[in-house]
Design a protein around this ligand. Structure first.
Ligand code: PMP
Length: 382
């Protein structure tokens, strides 16, 4: 079986598994304990935090561990609204964010806040003029993802950061799909909050990070103990934190840029094969202005509900929409936002996402099998 669904989650790297099991087996101390066992773990925690802070050019006291990007997103948006509601009640986001952003924004909109959901163009990204027009003196938070999890489409993060330099609004970036692929420098990009998750970078599920600029103060979402500098209560999950740091280290050692180039090549090979075959397809989004590991394709006239199980039978794991909404009867909100007048396109699209375990040959075979299936289904339809 071949896995082409790395945007949903990645396999855990063997080196990471070893770090986690070693920690589980040997280092059970509580970080908050003043005894020897606790203090050993405190050192491990500091080192792990350092690794993640360096990866995004943050200071040590600006990185907090959470249970994942969902919790990080919830924390930033809910708690910013709570903290700053007297400064303003307007928030800006995009129509194509992950549900862990959208649902919170909708909740706020139902509870006295005003939320602008910026539309996207056919390439799946926002227009800067729309953003500039939406920005108001009472805007308190702007939340825009780095790259989309269904299409890979990149957002104009640097430009937004630049505009917000002279504005009271804080800038939150959900970089869950970009960490470990793109070089992210929170200082250079003018980012105040950043969310990410270990299980997209060959680390374990259930652990993520929240970067918060040290100048910014919001109240914690989870109340309780004084862990994470009083910002996130709950006994520190050392095995997963160490696994997250080990996964991040591997990204650094193996050089993020190298992976990006490899995935871009995989993408090109797949597209060239499809083009040569003469089947009717289009990219949803853009080839260039996209995270390299994600490719969303429209096979005209071929329902993804039919194509997906067949390709799965052939041995390839791909996706329709995202894992978060797959299984539900709902159409992808991302593709709907990109192609509001083309429901067929929304229902005839699949996502292929590349990873370290994909060999060139596997990519070619996937392309060949896709062509076979699509040609057969096209014939059936006509
Ligand atoms: N944001 C984006 C863009 C994602 O792709 C995901 C994972 N699908 C999340 C947030 C949620 O991450 P987690 O699973 O760590 O809660």
């Amino acid at each position: 079986r071949y896995y082409f669904d790395h945007a949903a989650t990645t396999p855990v790297a063997p080196e990471v598994i070893k770090v986690i099991t070693d920690s589980l087996a040997n280092d059970f101390g509580n970080v908050s304990s003043t005894n020897y066992f606790g203090q050993q773990e405190k050192l491990n925690l500091r080192q792990s935090r350092q690794t993640l802070a360096e990866a995004i050019n943050a200071n040590l006291n600006e990185v907090y561990f959470t249970s994942g990007a969902t919790e990080s997103n919830n924390t930033v948006i809910r708690q910013s609204a709570l903290a700053w509601q007297n400064k303003g009640r307007h928030l800006i986001t995009t129509a194509v964010e992950h549900p862990s952003v959208l649902r919170v924004m909708e909740y706020l909109a139902q509870n006295g806040f005003d939320v602008t959901f910026l539309p996207v163009n056919e390439e799946g990204t926002i227009e800067l003029t729309d953003f500039k027009n939406a920005l108001r003196s009472d805007t308190i938070l702007v939340s825009v993802m780095y790259g989309n999890n269904e299409t890979g489409s990149l957002m104009p993060i640097k430009e937004i950061g630049e505009i917000l330099k002279d504005h009271q609004a804080s800038f939150h970036v959900d970089a869950t799909q970009a960490l470990g692929i793109e070089k992210i420098d929170v200082k250079e990009l003018g980012i105040d909050f950043l969310s990410a998750s270990a299980h997209k970078i060959y680390g374990p599920k259930g652990i993520g990070l929240l970067y918060k600029d040290q100048k910014i103060v919001i109240p914690p979402l989870l109340l309780g103990g004084e862990q994470e500098n009083n910002f996130r209560a709950g006994t520190t999950n050392m095995p997963l934190i160490m696994g997250f740091a080990a996964a991040m280290k591997l990204c650094n050692e193996q050089n993020e840029a190298r992976w990006a180039i490899m995935y871009q090549e995989d993408k090109k090979i797949l597209l060239d094969h499809l083009k040569d075959s003469g089947i009717d397809f289009e990219i949803n989004g853009s080839f260039d202005k996209s995270l390299p590991q994600i490719l969303n394709l429209w096979f005209k006239g071929v329902s993804s509900k039919v194509l997906l199980p067949l390709i799965d039978l052939d041995g390839y794991a791909v996706a329709a929409g995202s894992a978060c909404s797959a299984g539900s009867a709902e159409d992808s909100h991302v593709l709907l936002a990109m192609y509001p007048n083309n429901l067929s396109r929304v229902r005839e699209s699949i996502r292929i996402s590349f990873g370290r375990d994909n060999q060139r040959e596997d990519v070619e075979n996937l392309a060949d099998d896709l062509v076979k299936r699509v040609k057969h289904l096209e014939r059936k339809d006509s």
